[in-house]
Ligand binder design. Structure first.
Ligand code: FEO
Length: 398
């Protein structure tokens, strides 16, 4: 295995999971990575581990640099399994290693692994001297678990940000500057970063703005951001700016039509609404919920200014795929969107009312809604078209 060095004495010792296609429901067609970092100093320090099943590959990388039994410190930035589940393997090889984690991290590690490890808790501002270097800890509760934290290497100005600023993307490249040498690959990187933000962090926008502000007020310079997933940012401004925009709800002048259909009536409505939007000169996209990945649609929601959702009525309620998607989407609490709803029914309505109630329960009010019995007739098609035009006009002036 070849060594991957971030800078003198700091190594990537993670793994690439080329075959990862599902990350607890988040579809990952481009695979992913679990990034761990090894710092060679007077105290040999490992920051985070990898998902269980990949520990041997991580040990193989560590062995290229140092005997793993010589690890003195392990920093556990986050207890979630993709980062901590190889910790028991490390602690078998280096049983005297001291683990540094947040208060909530300690609670999680003790409960998950029921171990008697030497666990020390840290909080924002705490520092750990490991020889020539000093680690500064920055706790980040709810970004995205209560225990989450980041570790900043002061002398090298590297932020080991854990889940923040990550992407699910497998590649033989480790750094943005290698990937971004090819423009198409760079676009894919930002696309995956947006998808990751939308599916993991969208509901925490206010916390992200606060945390970035807090980090800026610490007065620390960040030369590199090394997250726990995907590509390492040697040019961190690009991803920090993207996070600031996403967290503020900045979106494109674009309308998204999301729907499912039983006997095509809702689909006919969806396409007529889309025609109304695009005839108004506004970009629009259409997504059938059973023919597209939900995690990809959620990324589109993040980037679009208006979202129009349609469902047929089944048993006086939402069509189940729409219900499931809405549960997922509303849990992510998208903000600053223009919402509109539509749908068709055979016996009695109910789906549109159910979508509207779901939207209202998360503080979002639909500006337009339309429900049609059986097939939309000529006048109802005109209403669909008019809905598209109205939403397009609102998007233009928002
Ligand atoms: Fe990558 Fe929250 O785990």
């Amino acid at each position: 295995m070849s060594r991957v060095e971030l800078t003198d004495g700091i190594y990537w010792v993670g793994v690439v999971d080329w075959n990862l296609r599902d990350f607890h429901g988040y579809t990952t067609p481009r695979g992913g990575t679990y990034n761990a970092y090894l710092i060679i100093d007077e105290k040999i320090t490992l920051v985070d581990t990898v998902k269980r099943g990949f520990a041997d590959e991580m040990f193989g990388r560590i062995k290229e640099i140092v005997d793993p039994s010589k690890i003195d410190y392990v920093v556990s930035n986050h207890v979630e399994m993709d980062h901590s589940s190889s910790l028991p393997d490390i602690m078998k090889i280096a049983p005297n290693a001291r683990i540094f984690t947040s208060e909530k991290g300690k609670e999680g590690l003790l409960k998950y692994y029921m171990s008697k490890w030497d666990l020390r808790t840290v909080k924002t501002g705490d520092e750990l001297n490991i020889g020539k270097r000093t680690l500064l800890f920055i706790t980040a509760p709810m970004l995205h678990w209560p225990d989450s934290m980041a570790t900043y290497i002061k002398e090298d100005k590297i932020l080991l940000s854990n889940d923040l600023f990550g992407q699910h993307l497998s590649s033989s490249f480790r750094f943005d500057e290698e990937l971004c040498f090819h423009a198409d690959e760079c676009d894919i990187l930002m696309d995956e970063a947006a998808k990751y933000y939308a599916n993991i962090f969208m509901q925490f926008g206010a916390l992200i703005l606060k945390k970035i502000d807090e980090i800026q007020k610490l007065g620390i310079e960040i030369k590199m951001i090394a997250p726990s997933h995907g590509i390492i940012w040697k040019n961190p401004d690009k991803i920090i700016d993207a996070y600031l925009n996403w967290a503020k709800g900045v979106s494109k002048q674009k309308v998204l039509v999301i729907y499912d259909t039983m006997w095509n009536s809702t689909e006919i409505m969806a396409k007529e609404i889309l025609r109304g939007v695009s005839d108004s000169g506004v970009e629009a996209s259409l997504f059938h919920l059973r023919r597209n990945e939900w995690s990809e649609i959620v990324k589109e929601v993040l980037e679009s200014r208006a979202v129009i959702i349609g469902s047929p009525t089944l048993n006086n309620d939402l069509f189940p795929p729409v219900s499931g998607f809405l549960t997922y989407l509303m849990g992510l609490r998208p903000k600053s969107k223009i919402w509109s709803t539509f749908g068709s029914y055979g016996w009695a309505g109910g789906a549109v009312r159910a979508i509207n109630e779901k939207l209202k329960s998360t503080g979002n009010e639909p500006v337009e809604f339309l429900e049609v019995k059986f097939r939309p007739d000529e006048s109802e098609m005109a209403k669909c078209y008019a809905m598209g035009q109205k939403i397009a006009s609102m998007v233009k002036s928002a």
